[in-house]
Write a protein that binds this ligand. Structure first.
Ligand code: NAP
Length: 307
C-alpha cells in the first residue's frame, strides 16, 4: 500500500494551509475532507479581518484562492471521504471507503455548532431551527427571527439577518455580550435588532414548523412567548474529535491538547485549527497553526527517515 508522508484530516483554513506548506515542502500529502473545502468558514458571509484581503472578501472566494494555491502541487491529493478511525501507532487511517497509511497525521477537523439541548430544537431542525444564517437566512426574508448567543458568531449573523429580516431578536443569557466591540458597535446602529438580555430560551414550539419560543427572564424568573419564524443558535463550538476519544489527549470538552509545535500527545500526530484547545478561534490563527503543524510534521518525517 502507498504510504503518504502526511495525511491531513479536514480541509478548512487550517487543513488547507497545512496542505499548502506540505505541498511546497515536496511531501506526498493527502487531504481527506468529509463534505466540502472550507469548513465552518463558509457559514460566514464576509471576512474582514484576514490580513491582505482589503476591506473584505467573501468566505467562498477566500477558500477558492486557498484551493487554487494547493492545486498547483502534484504531490498534494484531495479526496472526499469521511474518517471513521485512526490507528495512532501504525498511523493508519480508516475512512468510509478506504484505508490509508502515512508517516504522520495532521488533524484539522474543526468544530461544529453546539446545541442548546432544549425541547423542540431537534424536532424543528430545518423547519425553523438553524445553525447557519448564511445557508438558511434567506428563507426568513421579511419575517421575525431570533438568535441565541452573545459571541462573535451570534452578532455577526444577526447583522447579516438584519439586512432582510423584519426583526432580529438576540437572546443572550447575560447582561453583557461576549462579541468584539467592533461588532457590538455595528449592532447598535441596526434599528431592527433587539437585544433580549439576561434571558434564556426554554422551548421551541410550533406545529408543522416552529411558530414561537418560550423565553425565561433570568432576573425575574418570568417566562413569555415570542412569535418568530426562525431561531438561529450560536452558543459556541463542539470540536469534531469524537473519533479520537481515547487515542490522543483531549480536554473535557473534546478539544485536542497540543504543544506549541501543534504536537498532540502521540508522536507523529499533530492538530491545528478549531479542533484544538486555544485562546483565539480565528481564520488567521487556524492558518498559522496549519503552517506550524505542517512544518512540525516535516521535521518529524525527516527525523524518522534518518533511521
Ligand atoms: P463563543 O465565543 O463561545 O460564544 C458563545 C456564546 O453563546 C456566548 O455568548 C455564551 O454566553 C453563549 N452560550 C454558551 N452556552 C450557552 C447556553 N447553553 N445557553 C445560552 N447561551 C449560551 O462562540 P462563537 O460566537 O461561536 O465563536 C467561537 C469562536 O470563533 C470565538 O473564539 C470567536 O471569537 C470566533 N469567531 C470569530 C469571528 C470573527 O469575525 N472574528 C466570527 C465568528 C466566530 P456567555 O457569554 O455567557 O458565555
Amino acid at each position: 500500500m502507498f504510504k503518504y508522508d502526511i495525511v491531513i484530516i479536514g480541509a478548512g483554513p487550517a487543513g488547507l494551509t497545512a496542505g499548502l506548506y506540505a505541498g511546497r515542502a515536496g511531501l506526498n500529502t493527502l487531504i481527506l475532507e468529509k463534505i466540502s473545502l472550507g469548513g465552518r468558514v463558509l457559514f460566514t458571509e464576509k471576512i474582514e479581518n484576514f490580513p491582505g484581503v482589503g476591506k473584505e472578501i467573501s468566505s467562498s472566494d477566500l477558500i477558492k484562492n486557498m484551493e487554487d494555491q494547493i492545486r498547483q502541487f502534484n504531490n498534494v491529493e484531495i479526496v472526499f471521504d469521511e474518517v471513521k478511525d485512526i490507528d495512532t501507532e501504525l498511523k493508519k487511517i480508516f475512512t468510509l471507503h478506504n484505508t490509508y497509511e502515512t508517516l504522520s497525521i495532521i488533524v484539522a477537523t474543526g468544530a461544529r455548532s453546539k446545541k442548546l439541548g432544549i425541547k423542540g430544537e431537534d424536532e424543528f431542525l430545518g423547519r425553523g431551527v438553524s445553525y447557519c444564517a448564511i445557508c438558511d437566512g434567506p428563507l426568513y426574508r421579511d419575517k421575525e427571527v431570533a438568535i441565541v448567543g452573545g459571541g462573535d458568531s451570534a452578532i455577526k449573523e444577526a447583522l447579516f439577518l438584519s439586512r432582510f429580516c423584519k426583526k432580529v431578536n438576540i437572546i443572550h443569557r447575560r447582561n453583557i455580550l461576549r462579541a468584539s466591540p467592533l461588532l457590538q458597535d455595528k449592532l447598535i446602529r441596526e434599528p431592527n435588532i433587539e437585544l433580549i438580555l439576561n434571558s434564556r430560551v426554554l422551548e421551541i414550539r410550533g406545529k408543522d414548523k416552529m411558530e414561537e419560543i418560550l423565553i425565561e427572564d433570568l432576573t425575574t424568573g418570568n417566562s413569555n412567548l415570542l412569535k418568530c419564524a426562525g431561531i438561529f443558535i450560536y452558543v459556541g463550538l463542539q470540536p469534531n474529535t469524537e473519533f479520537l476519544r481515547g487515542k490522543i489527549s483531549l480536554d473535557e470538552e473534546g478539544f485536542i491538547l497540543t504543544d506549541e509545535n501543534m504536537l498532540t500527545s502521540r508522536e507523529g500526530i499533530f492538530a491545528c485549527g478549531d479542533c484544538r484547545r486555544k485562546s483565539l478561534y480565528q481564520i488567521i490563527t487556524a492558518c498559522s497553526e496549519g503552517a506550524i503543524a505542517s512544518n512540525s510534521a516535516e521535521n518529524y518525517i525527516n527525523s524518522i527517515k534518518k533511521f
